[in-house]
Design a protein around this ligand. Structure first.
Ligand SMILES: *Cc1c(COP(=O)(O)O)cnc(C)c1O
Length: 234
């Protein structure tokens, strides 16, 4: 399966002026396919499966920024903790606790996005609006913030309902953007380098091949695109 270079260039041209990060979703793609985009300057790649990601990390250039965009099991955090650039799908408090533990072990900070459940499908993961509010209030309260000093919460991620009804998708992205604006940049986070945290840009990761145009319209600054670049997955 060949990489669609024309499509890649078109998307980059669309995103670059608006400072939107393209995460090329390379799950099930070969290292050779990934290198085709790498040669064109692409550095952000997204993967869903831990073992596959670790294999690719070992084989591919070390300046690739690896994004974990799948559902992450707590017992697998340790395998990606040494090198992961951004974990998009933090959908429960316990996972954050484990990420903090593994980050500490590796003597680094790990950037994370909280996943928010905006879609109609119940099979999708994430905090709902109310859970998110409670959770963020807990971890930003001064006495408990120190619980996760090696985790940097950099923003939110969400997936819209799989539907051809664009109005539904638009409405869901609007909702996520509003929640994002309410909380980020996150204030009141304790930890060793509070000031640095505040200065870092925040990410709103929303939009995939089928709906990234709507996502951008609604204020996304990070899109995760796979099949448009690499062809349909089987
Ligand atoms: C697979 C995947 C994508 C990319 O999907 P495409 O439709 O191929 O662009 C984006 N985000 C997540 C969370 C995914 O699992």
């Amino acid at each position: 399966m060949a990489v669609n270079i024309k499509q890649y260039k078109k998307i980059i041209k669309e995103l670059a002026p608006a400072n939107i990060t393209l995460v090329a979703v390379s799950k099930v793609r070969t290292p050779v396919e990934i290198m085709e985009l790498y040669q064109l300057g692409q550095r952000d790649f997204g993967e869903n499966y831990v073992q596959e990601l670790v294999d690719k990390y070992e084989k591919l250039p070390k300046d690739i920024r690896w994004h974990f965009i799948g559902h992450l099991q707590s017992n697998k955090v340790k395998y990606i903790a040494p090198f992961i650039y951004l974990i998009h799908g933090v959908d429960r408090p316990n996972l954050l606790k484990e990420i903090n533990k593994q980050a500490l072990k590796n003597d680094r900070n790990i950037d994370c996005l909280l996943q928010v459940h905006i879609a109609e499908e119940t099979t999708k993961f994430g905090f709902d609006k109310k859970e998110l509010k409670v959770f963020l209030a807990q971890i930003t309260a001064n006495d408990t913030a120190i619980k996760y000093p090696n985790v940097h919460l950099r923003g939110l991620m969400g997936m819209a309902t799989f539907t051809f009804d664009e109005a539904i998708i638009q409405q869901e992205f609007k909702k996520l953007k509003k929640i994002f604006e309410t909380y980020f940049p996150l204030k009141g986070l304790a930890g060793s380098d509070q000031d640095n945290k505040a200065l870092k840009p925040c990410f709103l990761s929303m939009g995939m091949s089928a709906d990234y145009s709507i996502a951008i319209q609604e204020g996304s600054n990070m899109v995760r695109i796979g099949s448009l670049l690499f062809g349909a997955r089987i």
